[in-house]
Design a binder for this molecule. Structure first.
Ligand SMILES: Cc1ncc(C[n+]2csc(CCOP(=O)(O)OP(=O)(O)O)c2C)c(N)n1
Ligand SMILES: [Mg+2]
Length: 388
């Protein structure tokens, strides 16, 4: 075969070709970065105050208040869990281990603000001032919400994941349109961040610059699903950047840090700066609820590691060492917690008097035809029973 005499010339790099610039269009005319993402990014580590030099400038009064509520909160959790074992409460999603988030979220708000809790946030509602028994009415299975959300400015404890978030945004946006000075703080779990409602709420909140603070309690699990199976994001706080709001990472067991970060976010929302997404890194020490066995999906070593980072102990140690808390104050806090627990036991042990017809109240503003029919059926059944 005749050997080819053709030499293969190397291809010239495109930029060296004459007229190559003609093939390099400028970016589309309308494009420019809409905001600088850098200030929206969370810090690389969760913000901490306790155990750092920053603790030296803490407000002793506020810290003692946080501490007393942490002690009361822990006792509330253990008492409510005990009531499930005694059959006095149908279910209790305990926030043991997460009290710093619960307490700080409640205390950071003004009376005129609104709290939007999830089913795990009974404690936040109690710290905000709700009657401890009324707060459990829903979980007892007795009566719808159990309290008047408008009176307390606490939305119903929300069982469907993340549906409280668009509600919070809607309320906050409406308040702003009306010129009311109201901030909404909405609480959600790590699992809840995978819901469509989370996306819609954050998107609208940022576009409208609604005065909302989103507090994600990343407690490691959505029932048995660990965070690694929930998201591939660097952190949940990073999700904020995609919506155009700041994301903050905070140690969720450090009540002073959570209060500080939330207070900044609330202040920002109040002055018209728009929403913030706060991820509090914490841990659920108990099972998901009394109906769950956590030993099936996590080991003792992990739980023990978190026990060493207990929110109540962290605060007690710091305040004691800094001379902000003495033995009397510790004893007082514990005694107040015991008194609350005793009252809770006593009131929850009394059989409630319930009117079954209440089932139909407050489901809709105007009852549907089907609901009216069911109401009439139950009425007739109860009347027939009375006659027997
Ligand atoms: C829309 C919806 N889907 C599923 C459930 C069932 N469910 C109840 S709690 C839960 C896990 C939620 O985990 P997370 O958001 O991390 O909150 P946590 O319980 O850890 O506080 C699931 C899937 C639900 N309540 N609502
Ligand atoms: Mg969770």
């Amino acid at each position: 075969m005749k050997k080819s005499t053709m030499t293969v010339r190397p291809v010239e790099p495109a930029q060296d070709l004459p007229g190559a610039a003609a093939y390099r269009p400028a970016p589309p005319p309308a494009w420019k970065p809409r905001t600088d993402p850098a200030p929206l990014l969370p810090d690389s580590e969760p913000h901490r105050v306790l155990g750092t030099d920053a603790a030296a400038r803490l407000d002793a009064g506020l810290m003692r208040r946080l501490y007393a509520e942490l002690v009361r909160g822990r006792r509330y959790n253990t008492q409510a869990t005990a009531l499930t074992k005694q059959g006095r409460l149908a279910v209790y999603p305990s926030s043991t281990g997460q009290e710093a988030c619960e307490v700080a979220a409640a205390l950071v708000l003004e009376e005129r603000d609104w709290l939007f809790p999830s089913y795990r946030d009974t404690l936040a509602a109690v710290v905000r001032g709700l009657d401890p028994v009324e707060a459990l009415t829903l979980l007892r299975g007795d009566w719808h919400t159990g309290y008047d959300p408008r009176e307390h400015r606490i939305a119903p404890l929300c069982t469907p994941l993340a549906t409280q978030l668009p509600h919070a945004v809607g309320l906050a946006h409406a308040a702003r349109l009306k010129g009311d000075d109201v901030v909404a703080l909405a609480m959600v779990g790590d699992g809840g961040t995978s819901e469509g409602d989370f996306h819609e709420a954050l998107n609208f909140a940022a576009v409208w610059r609604a005065p909302v603070v989103f507090l994600v309690q990343n407690n490691g699990f959505a029932i048995s699903v660990p965070l690694a199976k929930q998201t591939a994001a660097p952190s949940l706080a990073h999700k904020a950047v995609g919506y155009g709001m700041p994301g903050r990472l905070v140690d969720g067991n450090d009540a002073a840090a959570v209060h500080e970060v939330l207070a900044e976010a609330v202040a920002r929302a109040r002055r018209g700066g728009g929403p913030t997404l706060v991820e509090a890194v914490t841990y659920r020490m108990d099972a998901h609820t009394n109906a769950d066995d956590a030993t099936r999906y996590r080991g003792d070593a992990e739980v023990e590691a978190w026990r060493a980072h207990d929110p109540v102990q962290l605060m007690e140690r710091e305040l004691t060492e800094r001379g902000m808390l003495d033995e009397d104050a510790v004893r007082e806090a514990r005694e107040a917690a015991e008194t609350m627990a005793a009252e809770l036991r006593e009131r929850m042990n009394a059989d409630p008097v319930l009117d079954p017809m209440d089932l139909f109240a407050h489901v809709y503003a105007e009852k549907t035809a089907q609901l009216r029919e069911q109401e009439a059926l139950l009425r007739a059944e109860l009347d027939a029973e009375d006659e027997r």
